[in-house]
Design a protein around this ligand. Sequence first.
Ligand SMILES: Cc1ncc(COP(=O)(O)O)c(C=O)c1O
Length: 376
Amino acid sequence: MRFETLAVHAGGEPDAETGAIAPPLHLSTTFQHAADGTLDRGWIYQRYDNPTQARLEAALAALDGASRSLFFSTGLAAASALLQAIPGDGNVVFQRDLYHGIRVLAQDWLPRWGLQARFVDATQQDALTEAIDENTRLIWLETPSNPLLTIVDIASASALRKSAQALLVVDNTFASPVLQSPLALGADVVLHSATKYMGGHSDVMGGVLSFSAPSPIAEQCFEVRKLHGASANPFAAWLVMRGLRSLPARMRMHCDNARRIADWLSAQDAVSVVHYPGLASHPQHALARQQMRDFGGMLSFEMRDGREAALRVAEATQLFQCATSLGGCESLIEHRASVEGPQPTSPKALLRLSVGLEHPDDLIADLAQALQAAKK
Ligand SMILES: Cc1ncc(COP(=O)(O)O)c(C=O)c1O
């Protein structure tokens, strides 16, 4: 079955009891079992597993080409579960440009779990090779990365593991399973913040880990979810499953709109650089063409006149709302350095756009008036 068909039907068998086409939402926290504890129907307690979430996980595994997917309360809960599930006696090699929250988790929390964090520019194969050793438990890539939209070669990175224990995880949040299949390129685990494109409407939080093969690490992640309480509410699972049905259609529009905006911004004198992997000028454009099916709805750009000019643009947009997060129907703009806490790593002149599903002419008109207003 092709991807669009899977997105509509995977995990969507009509309800056996009622014939309902939309999946039932089971909110029960507990399930009947036999007096001796036998689980006649397979369920015991919502935090362990539940029928609504199981449908979503079947759909996620189909879209990721995974042996198994696990759904979590947030993307960071999924990331933490993976980091807590690996043996706590080695190092984790992180790509340098990555989502701020995961960087903080790596810097502040990894040592408490007995692991050492190493940060490296993973676009440079030599640097990545050098950072990985026999004690590397996990190689953590995010491609395209947040907020600089760098692209890392997943297949090459998967060949750099120096021990059988080392795993490669790819945060696929920006691409979604529509645009990139990390497991098919050699990754062991794929991570998504389902809060973004999968949910797609800025009204639900969730995280996903999908595993290439049955493995002890998948079992461990299940245990961490169960025992640390990182389970999602079934309503969140239900909303994310609804989001998956239209994910391919939405991603197509996000990509078309972002491409139009990236081209337009590239022609503006006030803009010094546009970070979008679909542009021929992007340093890893050829690689992006090779490992992605399209280039996504996220982009960032830098203002030639620096931080103040960037803030003036963000203040002046009317359709693009100043807000964090991404992947919803509505377009968002954010000066990342202003929201990254005491030690921001994003360039000061950088603005990040989550390009939504509005008409591209209206979005470009909004940016044009904001760039004009920022000149003053
Ligand atoms: C690339 C990426 N990964 C992970 C996360 C964390 O996801 P959540 O906010 O659902 O915990 C985010 C959040 O912005 C993100 O942008």
